[in-house]
Structure formats: structure tokens, C-alpha cells
Design a protein around this ligand. Structure first.
Ligand code: PLP
Length: 290
């Protein structure tokens, strides 16, 4: 059966799933989205993703014409309809169809799109052996201009950083704030382990407040780590015992180096491996069943 895509309450075959060229999501990146995952018919942290989606929409002053409850039902129905046990769900809400001007008042109804498919962000080998990052020149958007806490359809900032990483031969790029502090990677949050401390940059610096990040902070507390949100410099990464990234698509991936520098003993760290194991366990029990 071909993949069925939800668009504004109707299902379309993948090849027929199309939206208007006058949709401001396409014309201006005017819209918001979520990446959500289901494991063995459990949608992981669905409520948190829906809350963030509505918060992002509020941030760009866009009213979604479905209640949160209806949105949850639509996501679950799309998964059921596609008979997917394990899936990556892309939930998109654009400003909708308008004219060629910027004016969002011309867009009467947001377009809601739900795609349920599969994803593998990095090759398996990197989960076993660890990933190397490169710090790229493009800084993360300054929060005063476009707050990275809004998960908007405008991802050019991250894409430019990704291109810079790839052009230098690296799979993933470390992005700094405009002041030079560690922000996050192109689609993942970053953590370090130093002694018993588990540290990640605070959201006010201008990063996406990751849902995997929050889950990992919760696990960290549960297993007795001192979990902190603190400003980090590249020096903190270079001298960390361990480093890893978190994200819905990436889950938890160990980082063993930045540029030619080595982090810890250049192997996925003990605490990282423990967190990966605990995270896998959490995905088996935390979620909305379908
Ligand atoms: C820029 C950025 N940072 C961090 C994350 C990780 O967030 P989450 O764990 O909610 O997927 C993502 C993924 O959506 C992202 O795009």
C-alpha cells in the first residue's frame, strides 16, 4: 500500500499529496512543524510535541483551527491508517494559501499536513563508534530576531550550517551563538558529561528546547547525575569526559571529537551508553498507544 498523507482532514496517496504554490509555507517558510516518533505503536511524548507545536504557532501569531485533542487524534489516525508500528511523523502547519505578498491576513486557513514515514538520521556505525563534529562559521539565529525556540518552517540557518559541515567532510555541525557560546547542532541538542555533571546549554541562549533533551535530563536525574543547564564554550566541549547529541530523529548519538580534537578517550562514554539504554527503555513505556 502506498503511503497516505493527511492534508486538512483528507488522506492522499504520496504521489497526489500536494499543496498550493500560493501556500505561504512554501513562499515564505511561514509556518511551524514537529518531528515526532512512534515506537512499537506508542507515540513518544506526543503531548509534549503538540504543546510545542501550538506554542510555536502562538509565537508566529498563527491560530491553528484544530484543538490540541483533535490534532492528537489526527496524528494517531494517520499512523493507524498507514499501519505503521514504528514511524517518524512530520506534522506541519503552514500559514495557508494567500497571495504573493507577505501579508498573513490574506491567508484565511492554515494548512495541516501529517506525513508518517520512517527515518534513519545517521548510519548505525556512528551510534556504535561515535560522531565527529565541526564548528561552523554560521552562528545560530539570534533569539531577538527569530527565536530558535520557535520550530518554524524556516530552517535555512540550520541548512547553511549543515552545508558548511558537509563541505568540510563532517556529518554534523556544531553551531555557536552570535557571542560564541555553544548553542546546538543543526537538528540536535548537545550535552556534555564532566565528572558527575550532565550539562546542556540553557534555552535562553537561543536553541530549540528539545523534547529528547528534556527526556534525557529526566533520565539523568533519575540515575543520580547532577543535571545542569549552563552556558558552555568550545573549551568545555574539548575538555569534557563525554559528549553526545539528542533529537527525535537522532535519539542519542555519542560524539567523540570536534575537528581534530579528541573528546574523552575517543569512544562513546560509559554514561552516554547508559543514557542510550535508559532512553530505549523509556520509549517502550512512555507514549500514546494506538
Ligand atoms: C535545531 C534543533 N535542535 C534540537 C532538536 C531536537 O529536538 P527534539 O528532541 O524535540 O526532536 C531539533 C529537532 O527537531 C532541531 O531541529
Amino acid at each position: 500500500m502506498s503511503l497516505k498523507v493527511y492534508i486538512n482532514g483528507e488522506y492522499f496517496d504520496k504521489k497526489d499529496a500536494k499543496i498550493s504554490v500560493f501556500d505561504h509555507g512554501l513562499l515564505y517558510g511561514d509556518g511551524v512543524f514537529e518531528g515526532i516518533r512512534s515506537y512499537n505503536r506508542l507515540v513518544f511524548k506526543l503531548k509534549e510535541h503538540i504543546d510545542r507545536l501550538y506554542e510555536s504557532a502562538h509565537g508566529i501569531m498563527m491560530r491553528i483551527n484544530l484543538s490540541k485533542k483533535e490534532m492528537i487524534t489526527s496524528v494517531v489516525d494517520t499512523l493507524k491508517f498507514n499501519k505503521l508500528n514504528d514511524a517518524y511523523i512530520r506534522l506541519i502547519v503552514t500559514r495557508g494559501i494567500g497571495d504573493l505578498g507577505l501579508d498573513p491576513r490574506k491567508c484565511k486557513n492554515p494548512s495541516i499536513i501529517i506525513i508518517a514515514d520512517r527515518i534513519r538520521l545517521y548510519p548505525d556505525k556512528l551510534y556504535r563508534e561515535g560522531l565527529r563534529l565541526i564548528t561552523v562559521p554560521t552562528p545560530r539565529n539570534i533569539p531577538e530576531a527569530l527565536n530558535p525556540q520557535i520550530k518554524s518552517l524556516n530552517y535555512l540557518n540550520n541548512i547553511l550550517a549543515k552545508i558548511e559541515g558537509i563541505n568540510s567532510g563532517y556529518e554534523e555541525a556544531l553551531m555557536l551563538t552570535a557571542s560564541g557560546y555553544v548553542a546546538e547542532c543543526t537538528g540536535d541538542n548537545v550535552f556534555i558529561v564532566k565528572g558527575n555533571d550532565l550539562i546542556t546549554p540553557p534555552a535562553y541562549l537561543g536553541i530549540l528546547k528539545g523534547i529528547t533533551r528534556a527526556a534525557v535530563m529526566g533520565i539523568g536525574k533519575k540515575i543520580g547525575l547532577d543535571v545542569k543547564e549552563d552556558v558552555l564554550t568550545r573549551h568545555n566541549i574539548f575538555t569534557a569526559d563525554e559528549c553526545f547529541l539528542t533529537g527525535t530523529a537522532a535519539e542519542i548519538i555519542p560524539v567523540i571529537g570536534v575537528e581534530k580534537r579528541v573528546i574523552g578517550n575517543e569512544k562513546p562514554g560509559k554514561i552516554t551508553l547508559r543514557l542510550m539504554k535508559e532512553f530505549r527503555e523509556l520509549t517502550k513505556k512512555d507514549g500514546v498507544k494506538y
